[in-house]
Design a protein. Structure first.
Length: 295
């Protein structure tokens, strides 16, 4: 009997470490008048449990290895008791080697948030057929988060998870909700995963790897060389700009990295960043006053 008990403990311990995400979920509904505010608390707990307790891959993650992220739901409309509309903010952090600093690797907004949810209904995802837009969105972004995170540790290391996100996108098109199809706009879930897997934008993923694994992770060893590596990594985005000046990933990168880039190149040892400034001025002219302050 004791052997069976310890075997159960071992199995439980094995699966309890399978979950990959350490996510903070927030539901903002200040702009909605509802007769049942409790449903938002229930929804927040349900989403938190789903995103943090689902094993999206077969990899084993220790507690300290889980990917830190935040999902912020901004509900602006509730057309019916079980219908919700608004936007979703996705933020992801990555630890930097030999430091306490956590680098933002993803910061984007999904403006096509629309789903049905009845209070206390279980959140179920079916990989082969459409069940729920809410679980489709959550699962899609879980794979996006894991894929982008893996890309910062190994060149194209997130391909497997990004392809799983693509599979979620294709199945979700059955539901008829906005954001999953090519014609739905230029800053949608479809565009995000299409760009990430499109060879035309491969420099984004190589930039993410070189920026983080070679650049930021090397800061503690050689600050000057790390800055040069980060500068060179960012410069590779110009190849995307030359082909697709309005590429969604260019916007995603700068929304995520603007403050960090400014911090890196304003302080500490100086390097030659003339080429970097010129490139940033060209690709992101709206931020020209910020780039002019880099030294």
């Amino acid at each position: 009997m004791r052997k069976i008990f310890f075997l159960i403990l071992l199995i439980f311990g094995f699966y309890s470490q399978a979950q990959e995400l350490d996510c903070i979920v927030t539901i903002n509904h200040d702009k909605v008048r509802s007769s049942n505010d409790q449903i938002y608390k229930t929804l927040e707990k349900a989403v938190t449990d789903y995103i943090n307790n689902t094993a999206f891959t077969k990899k084993q993650y220790k507690k300290q290895e889980k990917v830190k992220c935040a999902l912020t739901f901004n509900i602006t409309d509730q057309p019916a008791n079980d219908q919700f509309k608004g936007s979703l903010q996705i933020q992801v952090l990555r630890p930097v080697y030999n430091s306490t600093y956590e680098s933002p690797i993803l910061n984007l907004s999904d403006l096509d948030l629309s789903f049905q949810y009845e209070e206390f209904q279980p959140l179920i995802f079916n990989s082969s057929s459409f069940e729920s837009n809410l679980t489709s969105i959550l699962t899609f972004y879980a794979y996006i988060i894991l894929g982008v995170d893996d890309d910062t540790f190994a060149l194209n290391g997130g391909t497997e998870n990004l392809k799983k996100a693509e599979e979620v996108m294709l199945v979700a098109q059955q539901g008829g909700y906005k954001g999953w199809k090519q014609l739905d706009g230029n800053k949608t879930r479809y565009q995000l995963i299409d760009n990430l897997l499109n060879n035309s934008y491969k420099n984004f993923r190589s930039t993410m790897y070189k920026y983080h694994r070679i650049g930021l992770d090397g800061m503690s060893k050689d600050n000057v060389q790390a800055k040069k590596d980060i500068s060179n990594a960012i410069m590779h985005l110009k190849y995307i700009y030359s082909k697709r000046p309005t590429a969604y990933l260019l916007r995603v990168f700068i929304d995520t990295k603007q403050d960090e880039i400014t911090s890196i190149f304003k302080d500490g040892p100086k390097i030659n960043i003339v080429g970097l400034q010129e490139m940033l001025m060209r690709v992101y002219p709206a931020k020209s006053t910020i780039w002019a302050k880099l030294r």
